[in-house]
Ligand binder design. Structure first.
Ligand SMILES: *[C@@H]1O[C@H](CO)[C@@H](O)[C@H](O)[C@H]1NC(C)=O
Ligand SMILES: *[C@@H]1O[C@H](CO)[C@@H](O)[C@H](O)[C@H]1NC(C)=O
Ligand SMILES: *[C@@H]1O[C@H](CO)[C@@H](O)[C@H](O)[C@H]1NC(C)=O
Length: 561
């Protein structure tokens, strides 16, 4: 996960599916989904098991249950964790910063642990440490599948090392958990993908559909040295829209739903991103004869005005939030029959759509975040001395741009609100390189810029119409969960949600999924990116089973040529 993950953008509305104790579902019989499973508002695909490759799959499935195999998975993940591939925000490009050298050690580790992969697949090093594995399929008419993960981890704060139950780079397996930085984010995805390929190779699988793995090196910082460069290579090699689909890390599934359902939540889109710097400048001077408002006072007025005006919400039937809400209402344990009726009516009726939107906004803050561009004033500075007027006061506002909006729309919103303040103080406003508003002289001005040049539009939305890659993924998730023997679930619901950070790969396919196949009891965090990162050992084996099914299922379908 990138370091700017908004933790609230989770699978579904908390109010509809309060997290409860798992234990009260223990005596539930294994039954299929209720009639709601066929709800037109949240269509559900059937579970999808490999059929052409059923014998191969059965053999691997047996292997994956053996102690020898699970031990090997835990050992390989532990060994991967023991190479501390930390990435830092202030990293210079590869070749100019010795802190990248550790990625050479990691490559060496991979070559030693996966010799069959290195002798059978084409391995390309992009920008020295970025890794792309190519397993050629026999049918070149089928678009390849792309699985992504990242090699780097968030640095461990040296002051917190003694708070870890097991040292952060121990990779220790205690019989339940594999411990260490990167255990869940994201070395388990990476190792599970490689073990899957390794197992398929050793069992003589010959893919019809080409399989590509891509592992970046700085997902936790800028991403430009890893995924940024890999994306260019992939687009050059496989073409624009050259892949059937892409699976990258993301949310997994929630098991603790009181009605015994498991909700799996592949991310089908990402919000945009925009850090705006506001600089208010005015002549300085001795504060014995101050103006009525200093730059700090004026900046404060601007911030009050901005916080007083929320960005608009939009609840479009083609949007991610609508699909997510429909699944939460149709299959959530606490939604009343009238709410379900309202949600179904909203499929075609605009009045019902508006009513549903208002209900959701009032009942759950998560929907508010999904439906509108959010703003947060996160940095403010100004002034140097108690008896000197501040010549400049600065604020930085972080925006996460909703699906229906854009960077330009956020700019317009800011200009609209701030120009009124500027006029009131007779100051000029220079916004985002546009012609200045209120030319009141250059000594007193307000300047708006993209603070770090990192503005990003919201992503395209992955199509979820039936019969496409979304169903292939959903059917595979269902098959993995229902055959895992780990759950007494009454059913599995696939519910589309928001994800993060695939921005470099948007040109490669329209079908991008952000999903990691583990449950909310499978990663042991005090909080994301902090001490005591650990992943449940059996969940990593389940990831291998999931990736195996996904690859075999993609290989069997003639879709997405
Ligand atoms: C499922 O339920 C059975 C009995 O109903 C119980 O023995 C078993 O431990 C439960 N499994 C899980 C994973 O909760
Ligand atoms: C606004 O500022 C300009 C330029 O400094 C000045 O000429 C003008 O008189 C000011 N207007 C008011 C209403 O203060
Ligand atoms: C995607 O394609 C567009 C148009 O060719 C290009 O400008 C852009 O840089 C590409 N994006 C990435 C992340 O490669």
């Amino acid at each position: 996960m990138p370091s700017n993950v908004p933790g609230v953008l989770v699978a579904f509305a908390a109010f509809l599916i309060p997290f409860g104790s798992w234990s009260n579902t223990q005596s539930r019989p294994q039954i299929e989904l209720s009639s709601d499973a066929t709800s037109p508002s949240c269509p559900q695909v059937e579970l999808l098991l490999p059929s052409i490759h059923s014998t191969l799959y059965a053999g691997l499935n047996d292997l994956y249950k053996t102690e020898g195999f699970t031990t090997d998975v835990h050992e390989k993940l532990g060994a991967a964790i023991r190479v501390p591939t930390e990435s830092y925000d202030d990293m210079k490009p590869v070749g100019q910063d010795p802190r990248w050298n550790i990625f050479g050690d990691f490559q060496h580790f991979l070559e030693v642990f996966f010799p069959e992969i290195y002798s059978s697949l084409r391995v390309t090093r992009v920008n020295t440490y970025g890794l792309v594995y190519h397993w050629q399929g026999t049918q070149t008419a089928l678009k390849p599948v792309l699985l992504a993960a990242h090699q780097d981890v968030v640095p461990v704060d040296p002051d917190t090392v003694n708070q870890w139950t097991h040292p952060p780079y121990s990779g220790h397996y205690d019989g339940t958990w594999v411990w260490g930085r990167g255990a869940a984010d994201d070395k388990s995805d990476l190792i599970a993908q490689l073990i899957t390929i390794d197992s398929l190779l050793k069992h003589g699988f010959q893919p019809r559909r080409t399989i590509v793995l891509a592992f970046g090196i700085d997902e936790e910082s800028a991403g430009t040295e890893g995924a940024g460069k890999i994306a260019v290579y992939l687009e050059k090699t496989y073409g624009r829209d050259g892949f059937a689909f892409l699976l990258d890390e993301g949310d997994g599934y929630g098991e603790n739903v009181p009605n015994g359902l498991i909700f799996a939540s592949p991310g089908i889109s990402e919000k945009g991103y925009f850090d705006v710097k506001i600089e208010v400048s005015a002549p300085g001077g001795h504060s014995s004869v101050p103006p009525r408002h200093t730059t700090i006072g004026i900046l404060s007025r601007i911030l009050v005005a901005l916080e007083g005006t929320l960005h608009d919400t939009s609840f479009s039937r083609s949007g991610t939030a609508f699909a997510n809400a429909q699944c939460a209402v149709a299959h959530g344990p606490n939604s009343s029959p009238s709410l379900r009726r309202l949600a179904r009516k909203a499929l075609t009726d605009d009045v019902a759509l508006e009513e549903l939107k208002n209900y959701l906004l009032q009942t759950d803050p998560v929907f508010d975040v999904m439906l509108r561009t959010t703003q947060a004033v996160n940095i403010v500075y100004g002034g140097v001395k108690a008896n000197a007027l501040p010549e400049v006061a600065t604020a930085i506002i972080n925006h996460r741009i909703a699906e229906h909006s854009s960077v330009i729309e956020v700019q317009d919103h800011l200009v609209h609100i701030i120009s009124a303040v500027a006029a009131g103080f007779n100051m000029s406003l220079h916004a985002f390189g546009r012609p200045p508003v209120h030319c009141a002289g250059e000594k007193s001005q307000i300047v708006l810029t993209d603070a770090f040049g990192t503005g990003l539009e919201p992503s395209p939305v992955t199509p979820i119409e039936s019969g496409g890659p979304y169903d292939l993924l959903g059917g595979t998730i269902k098959a993995s969960l229902k055959t895992s023997g780990r759950f007494n679930s009454t059913g599995v619901v696939i519910s589309p949600s928001l994800g993060l950070d695939t921005r470099f790969y948007w040109n490669l396919t329209r079908h991008i999924f952000r999903y990691s196949h583990y449950g909310d009891r499978d990663d042991y965090y005090n909080g994301l990116h902090t001490v005591n990162e650990a992943v449940r050992g059996e969940a990593v084996v389940e990831q291998v089973r999931f990736f195996t099914m996904l690859i075999l299922n993609s290989d069997e379908t003639a879709l997405f040529a």
